[in-house]
Design a protein around this ligand. Structure first.
Ligand code: 5GP
Length: 206
């Protein structure tokens, strides 16, 4: 009988866009029905962070051993520290038919895209990114250098979007969460994802 696998949901986007805030908000909502994958990191805990809840805090040696043993779905070095996603947890949860939610930076997201092409990749974008260039130039208040560096940054961020299936503008945290939940709901109805079940029904298997 066909067993439905969970959906791997990846939320990523440029530094400082508010991925962590959006993710925390999503998981305080009572109707959230996906599981958060707690990442491994070598950075030190911030005040109030709990090992096993916010992150699994590891030494560099421990983290490198996990890499060597193939225990990470992806990993990246970000501002001098390693961050990575535990492979066994993700596989076991997906196999049990539950959706897994990753909130990771863009280098790691690109690795997951290669390994899990049928995952759902959501890019969290800064507000009005698309209008930024026009506005900066039109406004005429910034120096040419400032415009250039902002446009460059906006362009880099826009290019990063290419890897993703959906773009969610983070104008307001609540709005962003609503859009993400709507995308996840719609994604579960995507033909490619459900047709296997129907084919098996037609064949009398379930
Ligand atoms: P922070 O140190 O502020 O908690 O996280 C820094 C960055 O690492 C954020 O962009 C966050 O999304 C990203 N991050 C958190 N966990 C992982 C992970 O498992 N893998 C990757 N590649 N990035 C992660």
């Amino acid at each position: 009988m066909y067993k439905k696998r969970g959906l791997l949901i990846v939320l990523s986007g440029p530094s400082g866009v508010g991925k962590g805030t959006v993710r925390k908000e999503l998981f305080t909502q009572p109707n959230t029905n996906y599981e958060y994958s707690v990442s491994m990191t070598t950075r030190s805990p911030r005040e109030g962070e709990v090992d096993g809840e916010d992150y699994f805090f590891k030494t560099r040696e421990e983290f490198e051993a996990l890499i060597d043993q193939g225990k990470l779905l992806e990993y990246a070095e970000y501002v001098g520290n390693y961050y990575g996603t535990p492979l066994d947890y993700v596989n076991a949860t997906l196999d049990a038919g539950r959706d897994v939610f990753l909130e990771i930076e863009v280098v790691g997201a690109a690795q997951v895209r290669e390994l899990v092409p049928d995952g759902l990749f959501i890019f969290l974008a800064p507000p009005s990114l698309s209008a930024l260039e026009t506005r900066l130039i039109g406004r005429g208040t910034e120096t040419e250098d400032v415009i250039k560096s902002r446009v460059l940054k906006a362009r880099e961020e826009l290019e990063l979007m290419n890897l993703y299936d959906y773009v969610v503008e983070n104008d307001e945290v609540q709005n962003a969460c609503e859009r993400i939940n709507a995308i996840v709901t719609a994604e579960h109805c995507r033909r490619e994802r459900v047709e296997k079940i129907y084919i098996q029904m037609l064949e009398g298997d379930c």
